[in-house]
Write a protein that binds this ligand. Sequence first.
Ligand SMILES: [Zn+2]
Ligand SMILES: [Zn+2]
Length: 402
Amino acid sequence: MKPNTFNLTVLILLSFLSLSTAQKKSISETWYKGNLHAHSFWSDGNDFPEMIMDWYKNHNYDFAVLSDHNTLNAGEKWVTIDDNKTKKLALQKYQKKFEDHWIHTRKDSEGNTMVRLKTLQEYRSIFEASEEFLIIQSEEITDRYENKHIHVNATNIVNKIEPRGGKTVAEMLQNNIDAVNAQRKETGVPMIPHINHPNFGWSVTTDDIKKLDGEQFFEVYNGHPAVHNFGDDTRPGMDEMWDDILTAYILNNKPPLYGLATDDSHSYHERKVGHSNTGRGWVMVNAQNLNPVSIINALEKGDFYATSGVNFNYIKKANNTLSFEVQPETGVTYKVQFIGTKKSNPMDTGIVLKETNEIENSYTLTDDDLYVRAIIISDKLKENPYQEGETERAWVQPLINK
Ligand SMILES: [Zn+2]
Ligand SMILES: [Zn+2]
């Protein structure tokens, strides 16, 4: 049957419309929400991997990891449900959620129930779905130098990396970062190291990070209560550290340092200040597709933002101009700061170049600017803060003056 002119017009119009929607989506509007740092019973988290993945999937995350300390979620590991209340509760919730035939138990010599932890290979299939939810293999390479904690996450790792050690904090960081980058080279699989919570135990300073090569990511925000995101009276917080390091990297022709927000969740049964819970910090990644290669490509290009609650309608970097629109919420006000360092005064890092309370914002680099980045501080209290009184924020990645 030959379609009449009207039908043909409608058909052409419809296909044009669907094409333009698809193009628009793939080019600028696909923001994937993800958490790049979390723990389970595979190390010191207090829940089963499937329960944690279930939480992230049901809270609108598109991707998640379990970055357990010095282990992949692989091989055979049993957790003993002894008299510990939290472990008992975890097992009860697990048994309620999953059918008996899925859960693999046995008794130890004292009559305690032991549960075999599911491997990533086993549990990924019950959560993953194309363009809906992705699990990326990860490890928190966990090293220690005297009383300093040197923790480096490896996202999309293929083979487990043992902590490499070293004679100084910087050397230890470098050795672990090198191990990730070497595995990337050997396997051809894109993977990234990122420095975790520098102020945990006041372990890692800007001077340590400035010395590094092949390092592009750190946690500007981590939801664990012991990480001092905002520093203290004498020591810098993550924002101050970021500008100090970024300035040094640019002046030394290194790639820019990008800031991630993560949960570092360990504690899944009580949600309150003092516990490292889910849902505190995450990244929104402007990637082509929901797969590890695409996500890592976008992260490496800086096509993402870090957030503890504030979102954007768009972020654009073009012609030396950084512009964005905050996704406004009724009754919430936003302090927007464009931050950078001047070439003429590089010792004075991270100065406020422009401050507004607008929803739509832009800043064009001047000849004297090394870079510009932005932080948005809302006055909306976080629902489950990492510390009392904390309000929601977001961090836009730096635009470097070429
Ligand atoms: Zn850590
Ligand atoms: Zn951790």
